[in-house]
Each structure stands twice: as structure tokens, then as C-alpha cells.
Design a protein around this ligand. Sequence first.
Ligand code: SF4
Length: 303
Amino acid sequence: MEILKVTPRGYCYGVVDAITLAKRVASDPNVPRPIYVLGQIVHNRHVVNQLEALGIITLDGTVRIQLLDQVPSGATVIFTAHGVSPAVKEAALRRGLHVYDATCPDVTRTHDLIQEKIAQGRFVLYIGTPGHPEPEGAMGEAPTDRIALVASRAEAAEIAVPDGMPIAVMTQTTLSQWDTRAIIDVIRERFPAAEIYNEICMATQSRQEAAVKAAAEVDLVIVVGDRRSNNSNRLVEVVQVVGEKRAIRVESAEDLNPEWFHQVSKVAVTSGSSTPTEITRAVIKQIGEWATVTNHTKSMPPL
Ligand code: SF4
């Protein structure tokens, strides 16, 4: 069995910067303790555990304004790569918390764009995943009666917008470009004059395109990523829907099942942009050991 290591895969610059910032804050003795992160710094439990070992407390949950209530006065709080709403920033400053902001510049760009379009008098349709922190933060940039979340083609077909108001459409950074295109098509049909802004980031796009390309060459694609990682789940989806190949997500080498590789002559391995390199490396190593065994014995290893 041959293994194809998909490139690019794994950490993007936004994730690297966020983790670096958190580690720098943890190592600075002048930063007031305790130190909290508002939500998972990136959606990967291995990373969260690493930060916990450095004394950083992760407050888990998606409604960040509520999480902020758990941070005691005088403490330090880190905002995650997903970005937070202006209301959360204001509340943190009002309470005198020490704030470090790890928001990815690509997310900040979408926040700025929402503000700009609202100032121009437009209604914003934001295509995103319900319950994910990124839409929560981005949508907080607009008054609630000027923005709506759209998660599917069905919602796009039905969503109500104020009569006569011009529309701007934008997207979460970590969506599947193919899904998003289908939703945008529905919106375009209903509102031909809508301004469309594809905000899927380059890191997400390049990983998806590489995964689809790899799918054409292999029998199976293994995606390494946390179950809560939006971009990892989208990688599985694009391989299945666009690449028309089998794709399985694992969080670590322990999740692998040798039976998956029966009659597989070539397997591709990729990982989401929040997956640590060493976790992906361990997955490749484990599959590699089975590949060698398979080549020599023509049988799968025991479970
Ligand atoms: S996936 Fe894109 S938006 Fe998210 S942190 Fe990485 S570069 Fe930034």
C-alpha cells in the first residue's frame, strides 16, 4: 500500500500565530494570572491540552459574551483565531481585563468588510456554520436587523430581507468552496444585484483543492482533525462529494482501524489547519507500518 502525503496540509499561519501568542503570554511572568482563552484557541484538543499544561485555562462554549462572565476581574483573557464581536471586546475592556487578541487577519478582514457594507446601507447575508464561534464574532459587527446567517441552499431560498435594501453576501473563512458556491447561486438568482464576497481563506482553499486532487489518485483519504474543526470536516466532505472517494476523519493514530485499508492500494493523508504536525506524523507512521506489513505478508495486522 502506497501513502500519499497531501500538500499543503496542517497548520495555517493564523493557527501558528494564535498558538505562538498564547505560549508567549503564558511564559511572560509580568502577565496577570489566571490566564483564560475565550473558547478553544483552535479547534483541536491536543493543542488545548498543551496550553493547559502551560497554565492556560480554556473556557469552552460558543457564546463568548457569557464565557467572559467566568473570567475574574484583573485576570488575562486571550481571544481566539476565530475572532470575537465588538460587544465582547468592549465588555472585556469595560471590566478591566488584560486582553490579548489572536484573531486571524483573514477573519479581521471579513469583520471590516461587514462594517463597510453596513455603513453603505446594505443588508448582509453571512454564509456560515450555526454554533461556530467565527459567525458569532463576525455577525456581531452588524445590528441584528441588518444581518442574517445562511447555512444551506434551503435557507438561502427562504430567508427574508427588508424590502428594497441592497444586499452584500459574505462567507465564513473555513467553508467548502463547492457548498458555498451552491448557496451563492441560490442567492444570486433571488437577488441578482447582490454584491458577493468569497471570504474563504487561501489556507482553506488550497487544502481543499489539494485533497480533491489527491482523491483522484487514491482509494481512500484519511483526514486528521478534531471533530469540532470546521475545516477538517469540510475536507472530508469535499473528498466525498467533489472527489467522489471514501474519506475518514481521525483525531489521532489511536482512531485508525486496520480494516479500513483492506484492498486499498493507495491512501492519501491530509489534515485540517488546526491539526498539530506531530499528530499527523503519528498517523502516517502507523499507516506506514501497516503498509509495510501488508506488502510483506499480504494480510492485514490484527486489531
Ligand atoms: S483557517 Fe484561514 S482564517 Fe482560519 S486561522 Fe487559518 S488562515 Fe486564518
